[in-house]
Design a protein around this ligand. Sequence first.
Ligand SMILES: [Fe+2]
Length: 190
Amino acid sequence: MQGLLGEKRREAVLRNLRTDEGTLSQDYLAAARSVLRELVAVPDLVQSLPLSRRPGCYARNLLAGDDEVSVWAMVWGEDSATSIHDHHCSCCFGVLSGTVTETWYRAIDATRAVPTGEQRREAGYVACMLPSGPNIHRMRNFGPGDAISIHIYGFDHRLHASSIETEYTAVSEWSLPPQPVRESALHVGG
Ligand SMILES: [Fe+2]
C-alpha cells in the first residue's frame, strides 16, 4: 500500500473502495462516488500534501493504492490537457479546485473520434464511469491558474502505467464523407 495520504486515511479510503463485486460493478462506482464526495468536500486535506506540479502539463500524485485501485491527485497546470482517450478500467473523478473542461467524443473507427459535447467541471463535481460505457474524453485546464482533481481508477498502479486504453485523434464531423440518407428519413413529417 502506497501513497501520499497519511496511513490511517489511506487505509480508510482503500477500505471504503473495496466491494464484493469488484471494480467493474455499480456497487464500486457508488463507493468511489462517495469517497470522491468526501475528498472534494475538504480540499485542504489534499492541497496541504506535497503535490508535484508541472507548469503547462498535468502532474499525477499517488494518494493511495493497492492491488485493485489507485487514487490520484492530478494537478493541472494552466493550458494543460490530456490526449483524447478511453479507459481499460473504471474511471471516477472529482474536481477539488479550479475548473477542468471535459470534452466528450464518439469513436468513428479505431483511431479517430468526433466531439459530441463539452462541459466545464467546477470544484465539487464528481463523475464515475465504467470502461464498458461511453467513456472517450479529454480533460483540459484553460485556467486561470492550476486546477486539482482526484481520480480513482480500478487498476493496480504497479502493473499499469495509466488508465488509458486507446488514444484517438479528433476529427470534425464536417470532414467525414456524407452518410447515405435512409429512405425513412426522407419521409419524416411527410
Ligand atoms: Fe480519462
